[in-house]
Ligand binder design. Structure first.
Ligand code: CA
Length: 224
């Protein structure tokens, strides 16, 4: 994971950058707004997250944030700033930042917020997998051992729900609520039919099914 830190106070920049590197991130630091924006716009350095100070020489954090969003870049951005009125927070988030941390902050809090944003950003990709089954929700693609498997809309929606709840039991009633619309007559027998369709397409013959039947309750996809 690669992080860009734009912070003009060298001591703070070093403190954050060293801490993040200890946590296994690679960190690029800019002490000037213009340099920071250039780095953010450089396509050879695709950042997973950007930390922006607000008051900076060259360009302000808000100007950098707007410029990045104007390019439709979805990279998560956190403001680090001493500005702390409600208006400042609203203005900062309104410029396109995902989160906001008031100085001085505990490093552990910064780390926790970074992890949340990175996790959410990865959720946006909606890539799920179990065993040799891979599902890419955004490109609407399912593969088994690299081979594309064609699913109907209902099969796809059911598989997405099961995989997104991996490790947990999907109750029959919640499957009906999530996958079939509210006008459906709630006969949950239809779920078994669709589970069988999915098993026929995705199971490896002779091996345990990718989805376990929890008798009388529902289904569960287990970690492999
Ligand atoms: Ca500053």
């Amino acid at each position: 994971m690669r992080i860009l830190l734009v912070e003009d106070e060298v001591a703070i920049a070093n403190f954050i950058s060293e801490g993040l590197q200890e946590e296994g991130f690679s960190v690029d630091v800019a002490h000037n707004g213009k340099v920071g924006l250039n780095l953010a716009q450089d396509t050879s350095s695709e950042y997973d997250l950007i930390l922006l100070d607000w008051m900076l020489p060259g360009l302000s954090g808000v100007e950098i944030c707007r410029a990045i969003r104007n390019e439709n870049k979805e990279v998560p951005i956190i403001f680090l700033t001493a500005k702390d009125t409600v208006d400042d927070v609203v203005f900062g988030l309104g410029s396109g930042a995902n989160d906001y941390l008031r100085k001085p902050f505990a490093f552990d809090e910064l780390l926790a917020r970074i992890r949340v944003l990175l996790r959410n950003a990865n959720d946006i990709d909606h890539i799920y997998s179990v065993g040799d089954i891979m599902m890419d929700v955004m490109s609407h693609r399912v593969t088994k051992a690299g081979e594309e498997i064609k699913l109907t809309q209902k099969e796809f929606a059911l598989l997405e729900w099961l995989l997104s709840e991996k490790g947990k039991i999907c109750r029959r009633t919640s499957i009906i609520e999530k996958i079939w619309d509210i006008h459906f007559d709630r006969d949950t027998g239809v779920i078994d039919v669709y589970i069988n369709f999915l098993r026929k397409k995705l199971d490896t013959p002779g091996q345990t099914s990718f989805v376990e039947t929890i008798r009388g309750i529902g289904y569960r996809v287990n970690e492999v």
